[in-house]
Ligand binder design. Structure first.
Ligand code: AGP
Length: 367
């Protein structure tokens, strides 16, 4: 049947709501409870080759790049392999050194983004090994890679990507698990993460069920011309993605910053007119994050805090959005869902074209 928005007022809305089902599909058949690992046959790598990887380099554009940063953190945390993400659009132009024991990972919903495709071709020309995390089966990037993980998010029409990004994160979690379990990640830790991953679809649903509450918060943000999204370490790419989504469809100036860097400059801009959306998960950095909230509140900056139930934010005046708890490593995929809803409802209240924002294309196929 044709893929249509149906009773939804936009594809973006439909696609956000499809996330629990899409998440089930990317995980389906790939979780190995017994050995606490993932099955990713499409990687075309045996255990010996997998163990020989010394570094992971992730390449993507826009939101795919931000999820790539989340993915790099997962690889480092679970597999203890140095990993980082870079904008594919820049990579090729700095004559990158391609190393034989590095695993290159191209990440793309469409599989047609020209900058990512050309980065893949550059790596292969220099003899590097590239795998793809791609949604569209048989797309140019999928064909160019030596193996990979299909995301099975289903068709995505809205320019503002949602369900494909969720599945990219989960794809990276599976990859990190597989890389970790041929190294030092214990079977117990592997099972802990598998258990966490299998709870993600229902936990995304729990957040989506609170759409009305989050829509009311979006109303406060839509009125501002400029706002900050801040987070630290795991929370920083979440903030980047939140700002990206907000910019794309609300046309508001939304800037992402590391919470720790606020005092090195941008705090000068915080005022009653400039709200901040702060990512404050219950993790190793909660106390420091809460300290930064006090600094923002002292400058009268309105605050929306995306956090976990039970996190003590002190006396700070803020609007709080709690997401369900999971394993800390997996937090980003849940923290990002309220940010999608905030961007969507801000744009809706501003009367914008949600699915086709001005100046943007769904996939950027020319340089
Ligand atoms: C996401 O909301 C954006 N529209 C955009 O940043 C997108 O993620 C980027 O252009 C990459 O697209 P791709 O995943 O199809 O390669």
């Amino acid at each position: 049947a044709a893929y249509e928005a149906g009773e939804h007022e936009s594809f973006m809305h439909k696609e956000m709501l499809e996330q629990p089902a899409a998440a089930e599909r990317v995980l389906g058949g790939r979780l190995d409870e017994r050995f606490g690992t993932a099955h990713l046959g499409g990687l075309n790598m045996d255990a010996r080759e997998t163990r020989a990887i010394r570094r992971v380099k992730i390449l993507g554009c826009g939101s795919a790049y931000y999820v790539g940063q989340m993915g790099a953190a997962l690889v480092e945390e679970l597999a203890r392999i140095p990993a980082d993400a870079e904008a594919a659009s820049e990579f090729r132009y700095r004559d990158p050194v391609i190393e034989p024991d590095t695993l290159y990972v191209a990440v793309s919903q469409s599989g047609e983004t020209i900058d990512t495709l050309l980065a893949v071709q550059e790596i292969r020309r220099k003899g590097g090994r590239v795998i793809g995390l791609v949604n569209v089966v048989g797309s140019a990037i999928a064909r160019e890679c030596e193996g990979g993980i299909y995301l099975h998010a289903g068709p995505e029409v809205a320019v503002a990507s949602t369900k494909a990004l969720t599945n990219m994160f989960l794809g990276f979690a599976l990859l990190a698990l597989q890389l970790g379990r041929v190294r030092d990640l214990s079977i117990a830790d592997g099972r802990r993460l598998i258990n966490g991953l299998s709870r993600i679809p229902e936990q995304i649903q729990e957040i989506l069920d609170r759409e009305d509450e989050i829509a009311a918060v979006a109303g406060q943000l839509a009125a501002a011309d400029s706002l900050f999204f801040v987070g630290r370490v795991r929370g920083f790419p979440v903030a980047r993605e939140g700002a990206q989504k907000f910019k794309e469809i609300s046309y508001r100036h939304a800037e992402a910053y590391q919470t720790s860097e606020l005092k090195h400059g941008p705090l000068a801009l915080v005022s009653e007119q400039v709200p901040t959306v702060a990512i404050v998960p219950d993790d190793e950095l909660t106390d420091r994050n809460v300290g930064a909230l006090h600094e923002i509140a002292a400058r009268r900056g309105p605050l929306v805090v995306v956090t976990h139930e039970g996190v003590d934010l002190g006396e700070v005046e803020c609007t709080r959005i709690d997401v369900p708890r999971n394993e800390r490593e997996l937090d980003p995929v849940l923290l990002v869902v309220p940010l999608q809803l905030l961007a969507f409802h801000a744009a809706l209240q501003l009367g914008h074209d949600i699915d086709k924002p001005r100046n943007l294309a769904k996939s950027v196929t020319v340089e």
